[in-house]
Design a protein around this ligand. Structure first.
Ligand code: TYM
Length: 334
């Protein structure tokens, strides 16, 4: 608790360009929850280097992502928006938690398996212990809730297990966090292969709609989206492409899937795809406009980066000091 408010932590990687999956699955829920909770939203650049990055490009993307959090509507005076690498306690707690996490647990992580298959020439130890750093992010702020898409659930379960294990040995040190998964949009699929999740790193640019895509590109991508030959807009497992488009439309408009089915009864896929494209364009337009303005205000963004790193650092140090004492590190002599 901070000032009688429960705490929320979440983060995103600045690798690749954000997709509407990231927006509808996570960022949109961050906005809904930001009034109710004391929020920490991190640009997790330590996680990004588990895959080889171009340094200048990573710096540029990290800044764009931080700016985008604000452009999406998060007030940086109320929400702590910061770079993970500016708070060294993340790496320090991750080391300690590494000693409380089992190899067997990490071996079971499906994202590790997927990423090692994709980057077979660089299966580094950081990629393996990635979920432990994620646990450190969350536990440092004593977060009660963590809004994420479905793909992060396994990492959250591990975080809970590690927190409970640590608490069982040393007493109630960590708050055990609950995941928050939105009702719609928690797993947006690729527009070209509805069996695969929409991803920042997909090589096919038509598979993902990016947050910064212009309206023509968005409309074109939806027009080309893979569907089926059933020719009716129905929310079911047999029509995964259409179901995904209904999810995107529902998450963008707030309409329930049943309402969407009714709205497009008797209409063809052409009409439906057009409506989905327009709904997404409408959601993204204000975000893109604010982003363009904020990007120009270098001094403002710099001040947010500085202030919020200090705020995050303050809370992170509180937990880190407690943990260091519990595990037996000697106190600093001041
Ligand atoms: P990342 O950067 O891959 O994704 C950011 C958020 O977007 C969600 N997401 C999706 N939701 C719905 N449909 C999709 N197709 C889709 N793709 C991505 C993700 O679930 C996530 O919520 N490891 C994390 C970042 C992280 C983190 C944390 C998150 C680091 N530390 C602590 C929460 C708490 C990641 O790589 O997310």
């Amino acid at each position: 608790m901070i000032d009688d408010k429960k705490v929320l932590f979440s983060g995103m990687q600045a690798t690749g360009t954000l997709t509407i999956g990231n927006y509808l699955g996570a960022l949109k829920n961050w906005l809904t929850l930001s009034e109710e909770y004391e929020c920490f939203y991190s640009v997790v650049d330590l996680h990004s280097i588990t895959v080889r990055q171009d340094p200048a490009e990573l710096r540029k993307r990290a800044r764009a992502l931080l700016t985008l959090y604000i452009a999406a509507g998060l007030d940086p005076k109320k929400n702590c928006i910061y770079y993970q690498s500016h708070v060294s306690a993340h790496a320090e707690l991750a080391w300690i938690l590494n000693c409380f996490t089992y190899m067997g647990e990490l071996n079971r992580m499906t994202q590790f398996k997927d990423k090692s298959a994709k980057h077979a020439d660089n299966i580094n130890a950081g990629l393996f212990t990635y979920p432990v750093l994620m646990a450190a992010d969350i536990l440092l702020y004593q977060a009660d809730v963590v809004p994420v898409g479905i793909d992060q659930m396994q990492h959250l379960e591990l975080t809970r297990d590690v927190a409970q294990r640590f608490n069982a040995i040393y007493g109630d040190v960590f708050t055990v966090p609950e995941p928050y998964i939105g009702k719609v949009g928690a797993k947006i699929m690729s527009l070209q292969d509805p069996a695969k999740k929409m991803s920042k790193s997909d090589e096919n640019p038509n598979a993902s709609v990016y947050l910064m895509d212009d309206p023509d590109t968005i409309m074109r991508k939806f027009k080309r989206a893979v569907t089926d030959s059933e020719a009716c807009v129905r929310y079911c497992d047999e029509q995964p492409g259409i179901r995904n488009l209904i999810d995107i439309y529902s998450a963008s408009t707030g309409k329930k899937p049943e309402e969407v089915e009714r709205e497009f009864e008797g209409k063809g896929y052409g009409d439906f795809k057009l409506a989905v494209g327009e709904a997404v364009v409408d959601v993204l337009r204000p975000v893109q406009e604010r982003f363009a303005e904020l990007e120009k205000d270098k001094a403002y963004i710099d001040s947010i980066i500085k202030e919020n790193a200090e705020k995050a650092g303050y809370y992170a140090q509180k937990t880190l000091r407690k943990v260091q004492k519990k595990v037996g590190f000697p106190e600093k002599i001041r």
